[in-house]
Design a protein around this ligand. Structure first.
Ligand SMILES: Nc1ncnc2c1ncn2[C@@H]1O[C@H](COP(=O)(O)OP(=O)(O)OP(=O)(O)O)[C@@H](O)[C@H]1O
Ligand SMILES: [Mg+2]
Length: 588
């Protein structure tokens, strides 16, 4: 504690100015007023500090004391994060809700991690070992099947003098280094600083989402960052929740920045009700929720994304693959805008601070696949999926544009598609991934041969379908040639059976990549066989579209997409439906 103390000289909304505050640093945490509200220094001019207050500032008065703490906003890291629900500064909502009503009491000093709970610590390092940052000291079974590594903090090294297994609370000492430094299950890290790593690893494997439209058409890398912009009700939250449940990640960190007051209640109700398909238990077993609403102070909302990132990095450092979701990043950007305007900064586009793009870029840079610091060697990843709520669904607005400069992929949602109940309502024309080429070798190997060609053919069908529908709108579908009518039918199969996927269908909410490949292959097979039939003089009327649809639908209704025999039978059936007389060759 530095003990530095000043007085409030000005207060405006979430900001206060205090002086004289000497020897405080930028981003240092201070305690404001008699209720000791949590605040953060965000500007320093001489001995005047401008402070954003993470709590309701009502009742603060000029001359109230402001006391520096000597430390920045720190995340408490350790066992017990999984299953917890935190506010933007890391205070657990559930325990507080029990003692203080629905909202946190002002100035409450609530630690993130439960101080009472004991964990079985199993030491793996030994007295006499020399340890470096990131080295493993031991393990705690945080949740069944999810061991929690206790690592040497990034700023610490030396020889172990004493270490002992046993039942420990998070603040109990488990290890002492020569020189006296004591280590506990709990460590702290400043949320605004990326945790150090040994090295970045190439983005050469996909973040497998279980959603066909993403895995097939717009795959992003594990460790990538992707933006999911969509207007009101287009399915952003459903997508984030589907990814949380079904994507190939070990740990989920979900940052909810809601716009409506009751949205926190919704998230708190909905999320724990989600079941983990792997265990049948609550998804909360491998999730940390960070929750904010618009009626919480803006500064806390601004901080929440950094807290989420820090927790995600911490599990990454243990060797886990972490999915970090923000819903929605627009609310975070709006918090920046509000704080910027209170600071009377020169506003940029639509009032957002000119630093928006830079700040967003820095957030996304913290995503990645890494080799973690320390021994034993391990790699982990943070994949960052941000929903964005552009007003009116207009992607030219500043937050979406800033995100596009920072991410490797765009999954754009379209209100028209959502209105037709084509879900996920992904606009395939606007969406993209910049990582497809790097990911294809993995997808061809693990998903199925010809993945890249299938992807191209599906996109081409959708493109030609769009052009033809414009023509058909003018002249009527009957006036189209047979091969064009076949394109319309094949594209309809793509929309309904391939990229259409209900989040509520227990057999189809998650599509393993083998199933995704099988469905795409069947549709392309139908289209190609049908085209050959027409070229050989057959008519469109001779093609049995409903029969093909049934065969493809049969594979789609199987949770795993069927075994080799089932797929071979579907291939034969689709080929017959597309021309009958043609020789049926079956690949098994
Ligand atoms: N994949 C899906 N499968 C089935 N239904 C879906 C799917 N995605 C969205 N929906 C439907 O659309 C509705 C709205 O979705 P959601 O709440 O996710 O939209 P949102 O974009 O988050 O909206 P808001 O802008 O209000 O946050 C859902 O309640 C659901 O009925
Ligand atoms: Mg939503």
């Amino acid at each position: 504690m530095s003990g530095t103390e000043g007085r409030i000289i000005r207060a405006a909304g979430a900001l206060v100015e205090a002086a004289p505050l000497r020897n405080v640093g930028l981003f240092e945490i201070v305690r404001v007023g008699p209720r000791k509200l949590l605040g953060e220094v965000i500007r320093l001019e001489g001995d005047v500090a401008t402070i954003q207050v993470f709590e309701d500032t009502a009742g603060l008065a000029l001359e109230d004391p402001v006391v520096a703490t000597g430390a920045p906003l720190l995340a408490e890291l350790g066992p017990g994060l999984l299953g917890s629900v935190l506010d933007g500064t890391g205070r657990p909502l559930e325990q507080l809700a029990a003692s203080e009503g629905a909202f946190i009491g002002a100035g409450t000093l609530a630690p993130t991690l439960d101080r009472e709970r004991r964990w079985g610590f199993v030491a793996t390092a030994r007295a006499g070992d020399r340890v470096e940052p990131g080295d493993l000291l031991g393990m705690v079974e945080e949740r069944p099947g999810l061991p929690h590594s206790i690592m040497v903090p990034p700023d610490c090294r030396g020889e172990i003098e004493w270490i002992e297994s046993g039942e420990r609370a998070v603040t109990d000492v488990v290890c002492r280094l020569a020189g006296g430094r004591e280590l506990t299950l709990l460590s702290r890290w400043p949320v605004r600083v990326p945790r150090p790593i040994a090295e970045w690893l190439p983005a050469d494997r996909p973040f497998v989402t279980g959603q066909r439209v993403f895995d097939l058409l717009f795959p992003v890398a594990e460790g990538g960052a992707v933006a999911v912009p969509g207007g009101f009700g287009t399915g952003k939250t459903v997508i984030e929740q589907s990814l949380a449940r079904f994507a190939d990640a070990d740990i989920v960190v979900y940052v909810g920045c809601g716009e409506r007051g009751n949205e926190m209640a919704e998230v708190l109700e909905e999320f724990p009700a989600l079941l983990d398909p792997r265990t049948g238990r609550s998804l909360m077993d491998r999730t940390t929720l960070v929750v904010n609403t618009s009626n919480m102070p803006v500064a806390a909302r601004e901080a929440s994304v950094y807290l989420g990132l820090t927790i995600a990095e911490y599990y990454r450092d243990m060797g886990y693959r972490v999915a970090l979701m923000a819903d929605s990043l627009s609310r975070w950007a709006e918090a920046l805008r509000e704080i910027g305007s209170l600071l009377r900064e020169m506003p940029g586009e639509e009032g957002y601070p000119t630093a928006l793009s830079n700040r967003l870029g820095k957030l996304c840079e913290r995503a990645g696949r890494v080799r973690a610091l320390g021994q034993p060697e391990r790699s982990g990843a943070v994949t960052f999926i941000s929903a964005i709520s552009p007003p009116g669904g207009d992607l030219s607005e500043p937050v979406t544009q800033a995100a596009l400069r920072a991410v490797g992929g765009l999954w754009a949602l379209d209100a028209g598609l959502a209105h037709q109940r084509q879900f996920p309502a992904v606009d395939w024309e606007t969406s993209y991934s910049m990582q497809v080429e790097e990911l294809l070798p993995w997808l061809e190997r693990e998903g199925g041969a010809g993945w890249g060609a299938l992807r191209r053919e599906i996109l081409e069908l959708l493109q030609r379908d769009k052009e033809l529908r414009e023509v058909a709108g003018l002249v009527g579908p009957e006036a189209l040639e047979d091969r064009d009518r076949l394109i319309l039918e094949s594209a309809a199969l793509v929309r309904e059976l391939l990229i259409g996927q209900s989040a509520y269908d227990p057999n189809d909410a998650r599509s393993p990549i083998g199933k995704t490949h099988a469905i795409a292959e069947l549709i392309i097979r139908f289209h190609q066989s049908g085209t050959e039939t027409l070229q050989a003089g057959g008519t469109f009327g001779s093609l049995e579209v409903p029969r093909a649809r049934r065969a493809i639908g049969g594979i789609r209704s199987l949770a795993d997409g069927g075994d080799h025999l089932q797929r071979a039978a579907a291939q034969a059936e689709v080929t017959r439906a597309a021309g009958g007389r043609r020789e049926v060759e079956v690949t098994v």
